[in-house]
Design a protein around this ligand. Sequence first.
Ligand code: HEM
Length: 268
Amino acid sequence: MNPAGLLFRSSIGRKFLMAATGLILVGFVTGHLVGNLQIFAHPDKINGYAHFLQSLGPALWAVRLGLLACVVLHVWAAVALALENRAARGPEPYGVSTWLDATFASRYMKHTGLVVLAFIVYHLAHFTVGAAQAGSFKSNLPDYSMGGDFHLLGFPLVAKGQTVHDVYSMVFLGFANPVVSLFYIVAVGLLSLHLLHGVDSMFQTFGWRNHRWSCWLRKLVLVYSLAYFLGNVAIPGAILGGVAQPVAGTTAAKKMAVAVTSTSVSQR
Ligand code: HEM
């Protein structure tokens, strides 16, 4: 079998494909979280960062298509391996509950994976194309004028005074809705569970989990998944709970003040 055939047609090849695409997706979600946490800084940060990413044009599309290919291959390999395992195992013998051995995270990989897929579709409709919550989508909000230069790793990327999409206000207004925020919190919780087992399995597939390191790697994966969960929950949680308030003068601050005033007037 040639190398491509080995990758797609053998069990070990599919496991490798699932681990390699998983590693790329873990890299993306971790980087995305770091970028998103800039919501707690001045609006110049997240707006400048988002403008810089959008200005990459064809390079951004290459990354998007690469990520899409990873998602498709990851799901395909998972389904193929599950079908293969079921065929090899045959019908479950009556009364033998093998699933009792598995951890919660590993037992529900299929379910958590499906919710994450549904979340990605909603999330793209919400923040990328504006099909959900269109009223607070960035292209339906007034543009934002950069208060200072935006630098990344010391490089000046977006100049002071440049007008850019107001991603900062879009995120604040989006998460001011309790249903949307709760959906995000549940989805990132399930994604964190998926990562808890997925990253552990990835180490196993790559052969990095030997006797000496096994226990430490497990702890590392646990700490990573917990930190990932808390970092993601912090954004909708802090906005919904009022701990994070939009900077005065931004579109989000104006619209949220109007919403609070009209709620208190209607309650009188
Ligand atoms: C609280 C959590 C999250 C927040 C605040 C958030 C925020 C955002 C925002 C603001 C955008 C649009 C950026 C722009 O307009 O330029 C975006 C795009 C995106 N997000 Fe998230 N995100 C979160 C979680 C996630 C998670 C968990 C995933 C993956 C499982 C994810 C995957 C994506 C993808 C694939 C895009 C599209 C990127 C593109 O347009 O090229 N996000 N996110």
